[in-house]
Design a binder for this molecule. Sequence first.
Ligand SMILES: *Cc1c(COP(=O)(O)O)cnc(C)c1O
Length: 347
Amino acid sequence: MNAFKPHLASVADYPYAKVDARLKLDQNESPDDLPPDLKARALERIAAAAWNRYPELHAEDVRAALARHEGWDPQGVVLAPGSNLLVLALTQAARTVVDTVPAFPYYKGGSLATGTPWRGIPLAPGFAIPMDALLAAMDGAGGVLFLPNPHAPTGQLFATGDVERLAERARQQGWVLVVDEAYHAFAGSDARPLARANDHVAVLRTFSKSWCLGGVRAGYLLASPKVAAVVRACLPPFCIPVHTGAILQTVLEAPGYVGELAQRIQAERARVLEALSTHPTWRPYPSAANYVLVRTPDAKAAWDHLLSRGILVRRQDHYAGLEGCIRITIGTRAENDALLAAAAEAR
Ligand SMILES: *Cc1c(COP(=O)(O)O)cnc(C)c1O
């Protein structure tokens, strides 16, 4: 077959295999569904909408509410069905993509799918930010640097000063630095001031984690109007469905539950980290996110053991430098108790 671009001949599907288990701690989702009163309100709104009519071209109605919530110029807000789609649009638009290794796999996946040159810069020892290599990678040719902060999958929070240095370099060299803040609510971090002061910085956020809406598929970019216009042009028109818009409008009217969930997860994360720190063979890494990366003697054995107790986590040992590592999502108190009990039986 020669219908398709040659670079797609060897492209691989997203690395995720569905496994059923009693406790699902593998995808960094919120353990709670949306509060029931908000779910009911959203359903009423969906029922009242006209399903025969197209939604707004670029979700202008939701964007206005989101812009108010984030304190951002509506022209600089881009909404998409999942921030992954914004990653895809950004990789499509980029001359070249630079990313850390290991990191969230879709920066590379989107680059491979769009045929954009991609380069991975290994993290420094202790998962530190490889500052000199990243500064050097932003060369005169231009491109987009993706930096998840807190970092996925290590959970590290990079220092604001380091992110600022990357942003300054991006400005000098004509790059765009995309700070992926999928987990910022669990860290209390905020790249918006940096992006407000520097057109070469964009902030990527999602409704999938702290907003308890992983199943709804919605994410957004906060950028300068110029960068936003390019990204919007790489997305299809009318791509936020009426039902998604109705759900987002509803949660944006009552966003208080997000901070409440984040606080609970932070307290549980501290408890899980402390308990795991005394494990005879497992070594948890500090985390600013809603998951914990744990080094075990054997990732497959640890994963199998937890699954035998009905607990699904994510193996991370396919990444260079993460040998033996599994990633555990912080769940409810009861879920974390079950996790800790099962972990205590592992050697
Ligand atoms: C979960 C996650 C996202 C969210 O992607 P969506 O498509 O919005 O669900 C984005 N970036 C990182 C690093 C993530 O872990």
